[in-house]
Design a protein. Sequence first.
Length: 273
Amino acid sequence: MNKAKLSFAVLVLVVLCFCGGCGKERGDSENVGNPGHGKESSDLQNTQIPDSSQDAIELTSPQNDDPPSVSSSFRDVLLNEAAVFCTDRFPKSDTNGVREFEGLLSEMPYGYENARRIDRFAVVDLDGDTIPEVVLEMAEYGGFIVLRYRDGQIHGNVFGYRSMNLLKENGAFHSASSASESSAGKLCFIGDTAVTDDKLSFLLSIDRESYYIDDILVDSSEYERAFALFDETPEAEWYSYTEEAVRKIFVEGVLFTDPLQKLRKMQRSVRLT
């Protein structure tokens, strides 16, 4: 009798386990194979997958964090469609006398009265960082404005009319503070301050003439040979400051190269491969 009861209990336990397992498997198969069942789970999957994939696309898109290109930034400023920050700050300059301006080029206060018109411009790499600067020459000896790209914006530095003569295609130029003092060199920038890196210097005092190459005193013949090399360097090409010329160079990109964009394209291709 005890054996019969034990056998019957085992049989009931087996039947219950089998039915419970089959019921679970049958319910799962209906939810996957039949869209009419398990609607809540199906809707959850349908809403989660597109959202997560869209987020992934937005996060990995290489264009979301791109600043404006170098050429388009210059173009907008030159066409008076974007503001520019300009200063005449130089090393050791009196901070009380430093002028700063932020606005459109057409509203620029620098230069002599009634001589603030931009006459022409050149595209050269003044500081050797492979990103060209744009040099603006003001009409009527109004001086020069150097526009440069930094951190996605255009910044400007103002120079006197004797400060950037004989501009060369390699970015070198000649400057003279007077008939008795002149130099030839290039530019570098520290923040908003323009620093002149003189390679050749000439100084005329009352009793002597002094010649320098990289701040080292040399005789006149050595200086003249070095200056001849500077003089033989091809000059930068200048363009009339017109809307047509600006669009030709900075929109169509006939002459202006955009190394920052090239670098980003290279980085993208590396990420994709």
